[in-house]
Design a protein around this ligand. Structure first.
Ligand code: PMV
Length: 350
């Protein structure tokens, strides 16, 4: 299958391309992987609208291979080293990639220190740019193929990035529940199988803790190899997929809430059961979760949460007649648990 994305004849020239890619938030989480970024279980995410990375790549042909990166106009040497390594790693799929110098300018639409994963939108945008350059050097490819290969390349940069190439609900990892699903790239979950209630959702990200995480995702994924609960977790993710598929079809919001929160807590439970154990939630994370549960009990309104590998809380709620009451509650009761009144208001992109 990987040969499908393999090398072609090419002719390089100076080039400049720019692309934009949104971030995504997983509902069924990817946590644990095998060699070459193969996920240990299938995952599914919502693609966001506002949290995006905009990237411009300038390619100078005939110059020695090197990478220079600027994040919001500031040179970032560490990021350049990471990208150099990544480019060397994908040469089998883009044979021209080491034949020039790169100047990469990138900016995120969300605050840099927010703790919102920029690797998904970041590698998504780079992979899209690379496919544009590939078109210039190898001849125009079909849009479907370009998207699939961009997802394949993004995965090799950061696993979850491969899901950011598509809108709506996006699946990565082979599962019998989704036709054409693959460990190598993501596919869009069929829109016809999603009830309308799940197509119009808010995601407000509460910035509980801004700044670096104490344990990176790379280390976290690695610790799943010795986690005694890992195999059961991978199996459960498969089971949750078939449950979620049914929920999405029939529009069962109550079971959706239950499943999504369970997935988020399972992710963090896995961290706590790792050896060495680690905890990325903060006091504010737990306070918010408890307040959400109390709010639901009192009002029966559909406000719920998911978490990524950090302390921030993604507040999910449908865009409908109830949303104003929910927003009011968030501002009045939950915002106080953030570090600097930080909230990023986003919606799902369909
Ligand atoms: O793509 P990575 O290596 O940053 O891992 C992301 C893992 C989670 O965000 C916790 C879950 C997911 O599926 O996105």
């Amino acid at each position: 299958m990987e040969e499908f994305f393999g090398s072609k004849k090419y002719k390089t020239a100076n080039a400049k391309v720019s692309e934009s890619c949104p971030s995504n938030i997983a509902l069924i989480k990817y946590w644990g992987k095998y060699e070459n970024q193969i996920p240990a279980n299938p995952s599914i995410s919502y693609t966001l609208s506002q949290c995006k990375t905009n990237t411009e790549i300038e390619f100078l042909a005939d110059e020695k291979f090197s990478v220079q990166t600027f994040l919001s106009s500031t040179e970032e040497k560490k990021f350049a080293e990471k990208i150099e390594k990544y480019f060397k790693n994908i040469e089998a799929f883009l044979p021209w990639i080491l034949k020039g110098k790169y100047i990469i300018r990138t900016e995120n639409t969300f605050p840099h220190s927010s703790g919102i994963a920029s690797s998904a939108s970041g590698f998504g945008a780079i992979a899209k740019c690379l496919m544009e350059v590939d078109d210039l050097f190898c001849g125009k490819a079909e849009e479907d193929f370009k998207l699939k290969k961009a997802s394949f390349l993004a995965r090799l940069g950061s696993g979850s990035a491969c899901r950011s190439l598509y809108n709506g609900l996006v699946v990565w990892g082979e599962t019998k529940e989704v036709e054409a699903s693959s460990d190598l790239f993501a596919v869009a979950f069929p829109s016809k199988d999603i009830h309308s209630i799940f197509k119009n959702f808010n995601d407000w990200v509460l910035l509980i803790h801004e700044g670096e995480k104490s344990v990176s995702s790379t280390v976290g994924h690695g610790l799943m190899t010795t986690n005694p609960y890992a195999e059961r977790r991978f199996q459960e993710a498969h089971e949750n997929f078939s449950t979620l598929k049914e929920i999405l079809k029939v529009g069962d919001l109550k079971r959706f809430i239950q499943l999504v929160e369970h997935e988020a807590l399972t992710l963090h439970a896995m961290m706590m059961m790792s050896e060495p154990a680690f905890i990325l939630m903060k006091t504010g994370t737990l306070a918010v979760i408890n307040k959400i549960w109390d709010f639901r009990k009192e009002t029966d309104l559909p406000l719920f949460f998911t978490l990524d590998a950090g302390a921030n809380v993604h507040l999910l709620f449908p865009r409908n007649k109830d949303e104003d009451k929910i927003k009011e509650f968030i501002i009045k009761e939950l915002l106080q648990h953030t570090q600097n009144n930080g909230v990023v208001k986003d919606v799902m992109r369909f």
